[in-house]
Ligand binder design. Structure first.
Ligand SMILES: *Cc1c(COP(=O)(O)O)cnc(C)c1O
Length: 383
């Protein structure tokens, strides 16, 4: 693997992660649902004002839990953005559902809610909005369509923790939402996630599915005198060691978010003139959205410009990367009927989008180098 002086992403830790991991070991409980798991759940429940948060091994697993909780079956349809990570769709495909892909809006690259109702059928069981880059989808319109057709909404909020739409926290709109604490996310423990349960009627079963289909959680709360196999389920609990690492990051989240805001705003400010002069599109944040400062992307005039800029930055020791390949054009997406031309906005933007280095320990000097190198990119050869 080639390493770059300025990578795309880097894990930043304080001493606290290690102290808490030591403490978890000293407490003698490093399997799931120990002291630190509890701390993380409560932190997120309080921060988001939601009835239940369950830490999971990943966002993918939290999405799988949501599909189980909604009893998704073969023949069901689930509407997912084509411009997202595979897990948004795969968690439902695993239960036999057909993913129905929706195109993106040009401004935020979020699912285009104006194209949503036309995709609803009698078989539609769920809509899964992804708040791309931590900027909220048009939740008013999405929730209205979902409610009128009696369809569940599960927010894949992997990018959006701490973001808001019209003053309301992302992750609190759907009956459920999922978080990711993967290394590439704002707050991380390497691999991890959480299921946010907003619909209280789903809480008991969520605990059971997460605990291998047993009522063990109720047993530990003294609500039943023995625990046994009561439902389907799997093992979605992370070790308390990972929860200890994660809690250290959650405790610092205000500081982390502040740092990320500074990085984002500096990129935006210092690249605006350059972008305007060269036909490069910078992200749009609608005024009613408080973003989560997850990433900084740019949309170049063409695929060639994008590839050349990635190569140019590599020469300067900087790793920038493209993002999702639209799911409807993937091998699996095509098996579900995906065809070129079906989601024109996502197809076009996915060719042209580039993401810049963005991590919690990115220094001012490093960011300076990235911006300088970008401004040296030669546009004249495309004239
Ligand atoms: C990162 C990500 C996931 C998967 O998260 P894991 O925790 O790695 O399973 C799912 N959806 C989106 C939109 C993501 O960015």
């Amino acid at each position: 693997m080639i390493t770059y002086p300025i990578p795309f992403n880097k894990t930043a830790t304080s001493r606290c992660e290690f102290q808490y991991m030591m403490e978890a070991i000293e407490r003698g409980h490093v399997s799931g649902d120990g002291h630190f798991t509890q701390q993380c759940n409560v932190f997120l429940e309080q921060f988001l004002s939601v009835p239940k948060v369950l830490l999971t091994t990943s966002c993918t697993h939290a999405l799988e839990m949501s599909a189980l909780l909604l009893d998704i079956k073969p023949g069901d349809e689930v509407i997912v953005p084509t411009y997202t990570f595979v897990s948004t769709a795969n968690a439902f495909v695993l239960r036999g559902a057909k993913p129905v892909f929706i195109d993106s809006r040009k401004d935020t690259l979020n699912m285009d809610e104006r194209k949503l109702e036309a995709l609803v059928t009698e078989r539609t069981k769920a809509i899964v909005p992804v708040h791309y880059g931590g900027i909220g989808c048009e939740m008013d319109a999405i929730m209205d369509i979902a409610q009128r057709h009696n369809i569940a909404v599960v927010e894949d909020n992997a990018h959006g923790l701490f973001g808001k739409y019209r003053g309301k926290n992302l992750g609190t709109f759907g009956c459920m939402a999922t978080q990711s604490f993967h290394e590439t996310k704002n707050i991380s423990c390497g691999e991890g996630g959480a299921l946010i349960v907003n619909d209280e009627t789903l809480i008991d079963r969520a605990e059971i599915l997460r605990e291998k289909g047993t009522n063990r959680s109720r047993f530990f709360r003294g609500l039943v005198d023995k625990y046994s196999w009561v439902d389907v389920g799997s093992s979605y609990l992370p070790s308390d060691l990972l929860a200890a690492f994660l809690f250290a990051q959650l405790e610092r989240s205000e500081q982390i978010q502040h740092k990320r805001q500074q990085i984002w705003e500096r990129y935006y400010k210092e690249l605006s003139g350059w972008a305007k002069a060269n036909g490069v599109i910078l992200p749009t944040v609608p005024p009613h959205c408080d973003q989560a400062w997850h990433m900084f992307y740019m949309v170049m005039p063409s695929l060639k410009h994008r590839q050349d800029l990635i190569a140019h930055l590599k020469k300067h020791g900087i790793l920038s990367v493209f993002h999702y390949l639209p799911l409807h054009l993937s091998d699996v997406g095509q098996q579900f009927g995906g065809k070129p031309g079906q989601c024109p906005v996502a197809e076009d933007y996915s060719d042209r989008l580039i993401r810049l280095p963005f991590y919690n320990s990115l220094s001012d000097e490093e960011q300076e180098k990235v911006i300088e190198a970008i401004c040296q990119f030669d546009f004249t050869k495309y004239a």
